[in-house]
Write a protein that binds this ligand. Structure first.
Ligand SMILES: Nc1ncnc2c1ncn2[C@@H]1O[C@H](COP(=O)(O)OP(=O)(O)OP(=O)(O)O)[C@@H](O)[C@H]1O
Length: 331
């Protein structure tokens, strides 16, 4: 990685500096600064309408901000309005409306961005991506005949055939089933580790954000409310909004200031010695690797608790214990 000698900070590939955007006098983004160091994946998490897509559109050079600037490798990028074509050749946005050539095959679509390279390289890179994206069986099928998930994987493979300096992903996993999700996961793991790809990705899903991001940025009503590593943001959220957006939260009182995460709560069927809380199981949810139970406490609060086994029944009385050091306060 190239280092900035003065600060020893990794150099930013891309930067948005003090960017603001208003639609019909309503602010969609306010004073947003984001730096993407080389090889980093920045996850943008936020509720619907918080400005995530607007941010990606500005980063992709599809949309001009009202204020602020965008830099690639330290060079300010021109206004979108002053360019003949929207976008930037070194920045690729993959979003849910896939831009594929419908009459071309999967292979032809993936090969298109590198069509001027040596034929042997084109064939090798295309085959590699077809395999990584799990598209072997549809490689000769026309894009218009693909399923939604196949289109999405083809669009991602196409974006990656010629690696951009900055990859932008908009809700990439949103409509994928488990199998396709794990295929893409492999593809992205390789991109991160081998290709040192830099990326900004937008998601609603906290697990996806935690999994992929080197740093997380939480947006609310167009403003950055918190940024940090996924662990920092998850463990020390600055507000109830961030706490609830990043995972399940058990509030310790009705003020919404003190909480504990469910994985820190021990649930038992027998009354323990020592301090504990008492509750009743109300709902059971199978989550694959664990069971999640909604539990109504004696004080009227509802908590979520996890167990590896499905051994608690609705209406059963349970006892909850936790350590004070695992509780968190929101200032
Ligand atoms: N073209 C537009 N014209 C007017 N208002 C817009 C336009 N695009 C977005 N907005 C508004 O700007 C705000 C931010 O929208 P944006 O699509 O960036 O949010 P988001 O976080 O991506 O939402 P979602 O998760 O629902 O896609 C919203 O209030 C939205 O209604």
């Amino acid at each position: 990685m190239r280092e900035n000698k003065k600060t020893t900070q990794p150099l930013s590939i891309f930067e948005l500096k003090e960017v603001s955007k208003t639609y019909d006098q309503l602010p969609a983004l306010e004073n947003i600064t984001i730096r993407v160091p080389e090889g980093h994946w920045i996850g943008i998490l936020g509720e619907s309408g918080s400005g995530k897509s607007t941010l990606l559109q500005i980063a992709a050079r599809h949309l001009d901000a009202d204020k602020g600037a965008a830099f690639l490798h330290g060079k300010e990028l021109p206004h979108v309005g002053s360019q003949l074509l929207k976008g930037h050749p070194k920045i690729k946005l993959v979003h849910q409306e896939f831009h594929l050539f419908p009459g071309q095959t999967v292979r032809e679509n993936i090969a298109y961005p590198i069509r001027l390279e040596r034929p042997a390289y084109v064939a090798q890179r295309t085959n590699e991506l077809i395999e990584l994206a799990g598209l072997e069986e549809v490689r000769n099928q026309k894009a218009k005949t693909l399923s939604g998930g196949e289109k999405q994987r083809t669009a991602i493979a196409m974006a990656l055939s010629e690696l951009p300096d900055l990859l932008l992903l908009d809700e990439t996993f949103a409509h994928l089933d488990g199998l396709n999700r794990s295929r893409l996961t492999r593809l992205f793991q390789q991109l991160k580790a081998r290709e040192r790809q830099s990326c900004i990705f937008v998601t609603h899903a906290p697990t996806e954000a935690m999994d992929w991001a080197d740093s997380l940025i939480v947006l609310r009503k167009g403003k950055i409310v918190q940024s940090g590593t996924p662990i920092e943001v998850y463990d020390l959220p600055v507000s109830a909004y961030v706490a609830e957006l990043t995972g399940n939260v058990n509030w310790l009182d009705k003020t919404g200031r003190k909480f504990i995460r469910p994985e820190k709560v021990r649930v038992s069927r027998q009354e323990p010695v020592g301090p504990h809380m008492t509750g009743r199981i109300r709902h059971t949810h199978f989550r694959g690797l664990h069971w999640e139970y909604s539990c109504e406490l004696e004080n009227g609060l509802w908590w979520v608790v996890y167990r590896l086994r499905n051994d608690l029944k609705p209406d059963q009385t349970v006892y909850l214990r936790f350590s004070e050091k695992d509780t968190r306060h929101i200032k």
